[in-house]
Design a protein around this ligand. Structure first.
Ligand SMILES: Nc1ncnc2c1ncn2[C@@H]1O[C@H](COP(=O)(O)OP(=O)(O)OP(=O)(O)O)[C@@H](O)[C@H]1O
Ligand SMILES: [Mg+2]
Length: 243
């Protein structure tokens, strides 16, 4: 073997090693959002655009309790996303869950906008039709979600995504979700949304009313849920009056 040959072989085995190392290295990730409970990264999972949600350690909590709470939330999040998807309700597909690393790898909703920003960027007057259609779609989706007994637990327009045209409504952030058939739980879920909706988007009472009309048409148990929503509202008002 000439020295040139051996140098070439050494170089090619070094570059093979580099290729293998690159393939084995964890994919790079870019921070999208740092929340109070979790960090959200954009990455890829075997070539698929992926969101990684990592629930970090809360140092002020007793470690065993922190782990228990985090694992419970991660399990709820994954279960509810899967239950929604089985029932034709848009939610990200789950690719992988790692309890030790406290991460969920899920489908990246491509070109998805947060519904909160989408609404804020619209003009209440000239974009009325788009807004009406959007809130009707939200009502319909939530009616379907409640019919399969998923309680989201944190319904806000930040936890909904849509396309830049306001279509393909998708629910995210199921960390506080649960499964329940009780009208009371569904009523509370809608009450949380009502409070969040009206404070995030002032002077939109008519839009929330439209959302509820659409919910009522879409859901089988709407009557008892709406009755519970009224009860919860009354309790809320009493609490405010009493201070
Ligand atoms: N599957 C996804 N595809 C695209 N973007 C996403 C996805 N999941 C989350 N995001 C982006 O990350 C942001 C935060 O995500 P998410 O609401 O799940 O976390 P969070 O509110 O910080 O969590 P938590 O309330 O559980 O502490 C979203 O508003 C959205 O912009
Ligand atoms: Mg959120």
């Amino acid at each position: 073997m000439t020295s040139a040959q051996s140098a070439e072989e050494t170089m090619s085995s070094a570059s093979d090693k580099d290729t293998v190392a690159a393939q084995c290295a964890p994919p790079s990730k870019v921070l999208v959002q740092q929340g109070a409970e979790a960090r959200v990264y954009r990455s890829d999972f075997f070539g698929k655009p992926t969101i990684i949600k990592e629930r970090f350690v809360k140092s002020y909590r007793v470690p065993s309790l922190d782990q228990k709470l985090t694992h419970r939330r991660m399990n709820q999040e994954v279960r509810s996303m899967a239950r929604c998807r089985r029932n034709g309700i848009r939610a990200p597909a789950v690719y992988h869950i790692d309890l030790k690393q406290r991460t969920i790898h899920m489908e990246d909703i491509k070109d998805g906008l947060c519904v909160k920003d989408f609404i804020r960027n619209l003009d209440m007057g000239s974009d009325e039709l788009v807004l009406n259609e959007l809130v009707q779609n939200i009502g319909k989706l939530l009616g379907k979600m409640h019919d399969c007994d998923v309680i989201h637990g944190d319904l806000t327009t930040s936890n909904m995504m849509c396309s830049p045209q306001g279509e393909n409504l998708t629910l995210i952030d199921f960390g506080l979700s649960s499964v329940s058939a009780l009208a009371e739980d569904k009523g509370v879920d809608l009450y949380v949304l009502e409070r969040a909706f009206l404070s995030t988007h002032p002077n939109t009472e008519h839009l929330f009313e439209m959302l509820m009309q659409s919910y009522s048409q879409a859901s089988r148990n709407a009557k008892s849920v709406v009755a519970k929503l009224d009860e919860v509202r009354m309790r809320g008002r009493k609490r405010t009056m009493l201070g």
